[in-house]
Design a protein around this ligand. Structure first.
Ligand code: SAH
Length: 218
């Protein structure tokens, strides 16, 4: 047996324990997070810290979110196996990979082409064939594939973008951080019903800002 194996197994156990102790209790979400190894989504210098419950830097000055926040957001989204999901803010691709275990189809968009290309490579390596990654300004949603059962935004806007609200199905749920980028933001859940939208405030969070247009590399 390789010397590293018990070490990794131990770290993965601690990883799952940290998720549970921070409120990720949904069995399907925990199973998805047990199946998808965060390792391949973290590169270079920070790879050794992939199993810590902490956000880490990735390319293009962005961050891979803290795993327990990924878990809590996924849980709040209440994804079912028939759902078509849009994620805005691919980043490393980790969140999209978790969603791919729970949904029928996942579309994920990022304004940085480099991040999209790198994430798509990991999806291919892991055989996650129900994810489509695209370079786009996600504040306009993805009109070609709309409407969506679920929308998850992993960058903070001051308000929920109108096109995303419009691309949510009746009965659909969107989870997103809102607030100024340099302050504490609130994670909110928007539920669309026949007559309009309901808003629930879930918890304080801190995300990078949702920016307009494509990144300079995209
Ligand atoms: N979900 C990611 C973390 C996202 S970090 C993960 O699991 O790793 C936020 C991402 O949102 C960044 O990669 C940033 O480039 C992207 N972003 C910011 N504004 C955007 C926009 N308007 N459209 C698409 N992506 C955007």
């Amino acid at each position: 047996m390789n010397d590293h194996e018990p070490d990794i197994a131990e770290r993965k156990m601690q990883f799952l324990f940290a998720l549970r102790s921070r409120g990720v209790t949904d069995k399907r979400v925990l199973t998805a997070m047990e199946r998808i190894d965060r390792g391949p989504f973290v590169r270079g210098y920070f790879a050794a810290r992939a199993y810590e419950d902490t956000p880490l830097p990735i390319a293009c000055g962005q961050t891979i979110s803290q795993p327990s926040v990924v878990g809590l957001m996924t849980q709040a989204l209440q994804v079912s196996a028939r759902d078509k999901v849009l994620e805005v803010g691919t980043g490393s691709g980790y969140q999209a990979a978790i969603l791919s275990q729970l949904a029928r189809r996942v579309y994920t968009v990022d304004r940085h082409k480099r991040l999209v290309v790198e994430a798509a490579t990991v999806f291919r390596d892991l055989d996650l064939t129900n994810i489509t990654a695209l370079t786009a300004d996600g504040s306009f949603g993805l009109p070609d594939q709309a409407p969506f059962d679920r929308i998850l935004v992993t960058a903070a806007a001051e308000d929920p973008p109108g096109p995303l609200l419009a691309q949510l199905k009746i009965g659909g749920i969107m989870v997103l951080p809102v607030g100024q980028s340099d302050a504490v933001q609130s994670l909110i859940r928007v539920t669309r019903h026949e007559g309009g939208f309901d808003y629930d405030e879930l918890r304080p969070v801190r995300f990078v800002p949702l920016l307009e247009g494509l990144g300079r590399d995209g």
